[in-house]
Design a protein around this ligand. Structure first.
Ligand SMILES: Cc1cc2nc3c(=O)[nH]c(=O)nc-3n(C[C@H](O)[C@H](O)[C@H](O)COP(=O)(O)O)c2cc1C
Length: 167
C-alpha cells in the first residue's frame, strides 16, 4: 500500500471551538465537511487527546470557522500547535460568542457555522462529531484557505494529532 496516495485528498482548514464549565477550547482541523443539506449537518474529526474533544463533548455544541487566505503561520500556530489546557487561544485574535455559546476569533475567517452536537462516532484515535448547523454566516469575501495552500504557500507542517499525519 502506498499511503502517500492519501496526500491527494483535498481539504480546507478550520478552527473548531467550544466552551463548557468555564473551559474555552479550540483547534485547527482539516477534517471538517458538510455531510447533509436538509437538515444542514457537518462533521469534524478531533483527536481524543485534544482538549477541544472533551470540551465539545461537555458543551454538546461546537462552532466551525473557515480560515481564509489572510491567515499566517502565527495564526495557525495559535490554534493548531498549542494546548487549550495551558494557553488561552482566544486572547490574541479577539473573542466573540457564536449562537451555540462557543468562543471564536473573528479574524482571518470567511465563514462561521454554529452547530448543535447530535451524534459522536468513535473512529479510534479521533472522534467524529456530527453537528446540525443552527447558524451560518459569511464573514468576508476572502478565499477559504486550502490544505494545499497551507503546505505550498505557508510551508506549513502537519502535526501528529492531525487526521492526515504520516510519520
Ligand atoms: C494544519 C493542521 C491540521 C490539523 N488537523 C487536525 C485534525 O483534523 N484533527 C485534529 O484533531 N487535530 C488536527 N490538528 C492538530 C490540532 O489543531 C492540535 O493538536 C491542537 O494543538 C489541539 O489543541 P487543543 O488540545 O487545545 O484542542 C491540526 C493542526 C494543524 C496545524
Amino acid at each position: 500500500m502506498d499511503a502517500t496516495a492519501l496526500f491527494k485528498m483535498s481539504y480546507g482548514l478550520y478552527v473548531v471551538s467550544a466552551e463548557a464549565e468555564g473551559q474555552r477550547a479550540g483547534c485547527v482541523v482539516n477534517t471538517a465537511t458538510q455531510i447533509t443539506a436538509e437538515p444542514p449537518r457537518v462533521m469534524v474529526a478531533v483527536n481524543k487527546e485534544n482538549v477541544t474533544a472533551g470540551v465539545i463533548t461537555a458543551a454538546k455544541a461546537f462552532t466551525v470557522t473557515v480560515i481564509d487566505t489572510t491567515a499566517d503561520m502565527p495564526y495557525i500556530g495559535n490554534f493548531g500547535f498549542r494546548s487549550s489546557a495551558t494557553f488561552d487561544k482566544f486572547e490574541r485574535y479577539g473573542c466573540e460568542t457564536s449562537a451555540v455559546g462557543s468562543p471564536y476569533s473573528p479574524e482571518h475567517i470567511c465563514a462561521l457555522l454554529a452547530c448543535k452536537l447530535i451524534d459522536t462516532v468513535d473512529a479510534g484515535t479521533h472522534l467524529l462529531f456530527i453537528g446540525e448547523v443552527v447558524d451560518a454566516q459569511n464573514r468576508s469575501d476572502e478565499e477559504p484557505l486550502t490544505y494545499t495552500y497551507y503546505h505550498t504557500v505557508l510551508k506549513g507542517k502537519t502535526p501528529p494529532k492531525a487526521s492526515s499525519y504520516q510519520a
